[in-house]
Design a protein around this ligand. Structure first.
Ligand SMILES: [Zn+2]
Length: 201
């Protein structure tokens, strides 16, 4: 993208220089024509041969001017095209740049939010740790190592929050029958399932 823009800009400035060169060529031809015409008009040239040769030169210069102007027209068209392309690429690049900036801003914001969540979870963990027996904690940590860092999940509306699968009727019966302090685990994802008021049981 950036290199495409550089190529387009270089092309436009090359064509611009080409046009400047043509302008100065045309200018020289014009000056020379004016000079020749002045000499013709002054009446200072009396020799028929010299007059003829000067008139011939003015004629050639006219033709040369027309040719150069044709070329210049074509160059101006190319220049317009190249500038249009460079402008479009420039706009596209700044659009991309601002979209990258936007994504980066959102990434940073997401990071901040995640850090806050982690901090909150860690504070909560500290408060509940004393209530959990050492044996359960060891079991939990072991499971956590095996299950992508998540060993315990809530049951929400009869759905496991770990694997997001609905509990079967058998699961519901089994969990209802279990004692309140019994550790129950998901048949699917093997995580410890925590019963809450929202479990729908
Ligand atoms: Zn599960």
């Amino acid at each position: 993208m950036r290199s495409q823009l550089v190529v387009a800009q270089t092309e436009a400035s090359d064509i611009g220089r080409e046009q400047d060169k043509l302008e100065s060529d045309i200018d020289q031809v014009r000056q020379r024509m004016t000079r020749d015409q002045d000499r013709l008009d002054s009446g200072a040239i009396t020799s028929a041969k010299d007059l003829e040769s000067l008139q011939h030169e003015v004629g050639s210069l006219h033709k040369r001017q027309r040719d150069l102007e044709d070329v210049e027209l074509e160059v101006m068209e190319r220049l317009e095209e190249a500038e249009k392309k460079a402008t479009a690429l420039g706009a596209e690049q700044s659009r991309l740049a601002s979209s990258v900036e936007d994504t980066e801003r959102r990434r940073v914001a997401a990071h901040v939010a995640i850090d806050k969540d982690v901090e909150f979870a860690q504070r909560q963990r500290v408060t509940v740790l004393p209530d959990i027996g050492e044996e359960l904690l060891t079991y939990y940590e072991k499971l956590r190592g095996k299950l992508d860092g998540i060993a315990a999940v809530a049951i929400k509306q009869r759905r496991c929050d770990g694997c997001r699968l609905d509990l079967s009727a058998t699961d519901v019966d089994r969990i209802r029958a279990a004692a309140e302090d019994e550790i129950i685990r998901c048949e699917e994802c093997r995580r410890i399932q925590v019963r809450t008021a929202e479990s729908g049981l």
